[in-house]
Design a protein. Structure first.
Length: 441
């Protein structure tokens, strides 16, 4: 009985890995390259805080990191094709009409000046100036889970104004400077164009802009976009007949409009919120083929230190403040997802310096993250005993679930017993530890 439960646990992981390998096979020109890519993915899923080429090669049984490095560098395959596969794969499990697309960024600290896009800039991971790359990500969040579905490497002007530097990093010809807002809008457009079911978009203050707001209105998508205190609102209502900045409006709010979240719902301590809706408008103004009343508004968060944060909103008339708060808090979930992708899946362990190397590495990590989210969803529909053993045997799975983690000596990672296959086609399996604790019934 116990061994059957353990086998069912490992089969969830093994079957998911087999499915993923099958999906990505078509984008690789040769079978051996596809096998190496599968081993690369398996290396990302294995336990270990460092996901370097040597570590992945050791896990794959290779004598050196050359195959692993070739996947990111010399091999010929399209990272954007893999990105599309990741999005399709994630949506099969996570799709929901009320889903939220979140745009966020993170920094990758570097030492030198040759890695594509590296510059002294504000690092999203630390919030401080540093020598780093900036990656912009689009994440899909729903009641079923969340996964990253798009990514873009930000190139500062110091790079786009230097053709020789772009050529050395193998940046595609014709690449020009694009603001982070432009990168965000392109990713939103790709996701909407792929018919991904979603109703909302949420972004950090960096990405707020008229272009994104107007595009989302045309696409019939609600949004909660962080804005600065001097963001100007031209809309009016009966309580505030004159237009003004977010700070002006917040200063004139009636105390009765503030609402505190219960402690169990507030993610970062005690918070209070206020929602200030403006005059409704008909979406036919943006799209004559549609109808319905939508409402712009200002959502304000006040933290325990009474510091204010502002969010421009666009939502169907009658949307409750609780819904807008839930959409905004998806940003915090994705921030945690980025941290998890770094600490558990090696998102920031890219050893390449080229444009395509960065996009390939990040796309493979995105696939690993989507696979873990899929396994999590499948496990939630398994019998309780299987779910319990899956959570007990995978440290990584526990962290992604957000469950308390208990340190256990020589614990077995769920991915550590997955079959491995080398280029000769011979299948090997890491043996189970002889001292694996088993309970008899």
């Amino acid at each position: 009985m116990i061994f059957q439960s353990i086998e069912a646990t490992f089969e969830i992981w093994a079957s998911s890995l087999r499915e993923v390998r099958s999906r990505i096979r078509a984008i690789f020109p040769q079978e051996r390259v596809a096998i190496s890519a599968g081993l690369f993915l398996e290396g990302l899923l294995r336990d270990g805080h460092r996901k370097t080429g040597w570590k992945r090669a050791e896990a794959a049984g290779d004598p050196g990191p050359w195959r692993q490095q070739a996947i990111l560098g010399r091999g010929k395959w399209d990272a954007d094709a893999l990105r599309d596969i990741v999005r399709e794969y994630a949506l099969e499990t996570l799709a929901d009409n009320e889903a939220v697309l979140v745009i966020d960024e993170t920094g990758f600290i570097k030492q030198g000046k040759t890695s594509c896009g590296v510059a002294r800039q504000v690092c999203g991971a630390t919030g401080k100036m540093g020598n780093c790359q900036i990656g912009v990500f689009a994440a899909y969040a729903s009641r079923h889970g969340h996964a990253f579905v798009d990514r873009a490497l930000y190139l500062p002007r110091a790079w786009t104004d230097d053709p020789a530097r772009l050529a050395r990093a193998y940046v595609p010809a014709g690449t020009t400077f694009a603001t982070k807002s432009r990168l965000a809008l392109d990713m939103i457009a790709r996701t909407v164009g792929a018919d991904a079911p979603l109703s909302w978009v949420a972004t950090d203050r960096i990405y707020a802009g008229v272009d994104i707001e107007m595009a989302l209105r045309r696409w019939y998508k609600g949004y909660v976009l962080a804005v600065s205190s001097n963001h100007h609102f031209a809309s009016r209502n009966r309580l505030f007949p004159a237009d003004g900045t977010a700070e002006d409006i917040a200063g004139n709010l009636e105390p009765s409009l503030w609402r505190s979240l219960p402690l169990g719902e507030a993610i970062q301590g005690s918070e209070s919120w206020a929602y200030y809706p403006f005059t409704t408008s008909d979406v036919a103004e943006c799209d004559k083929a549609r109808s319905g009343s939508w409402m712009p508004g200002l959502l304000i968060r006040r933290d325990a230190n009474r510091a204010l944060s502002y969010f421009s909103t666009w939502s169907p008339a009658g949307t409750e403040i609780e819904k807008l708060i839930a959409v905004q808090q998806c940003c915090r979930i994705i921030e945690e997802g980025l941290r998890t992708a770094k600490s558990e899946l090696g998102l920031d362990h890219n050893e390449t310096r080229s444009w395509h190397g960065w996009h390939r590495h990040v796309s493979l990590v995105m696939l690993a993250f989507a696979m873990v989210s899929t396994v999590r969803h499948k496990a939630s529909h398994e019998p309780p005993g299987v779910v319990g053993r899956l959570m007990g045997t995978s440290r990584r799975f526990e962290r992604l679930l957000g469950t308390p983690r208990k340190s256990k000596t020589r614990s077995l990672g769920a991915a550590s017993a997955l079959p491995r296959q080398d280029q000769s086609g011979e299948c090997r399996r890491t043996p189970l530890p002889s001292n694996l604790p088993l309970k008899t019934q």
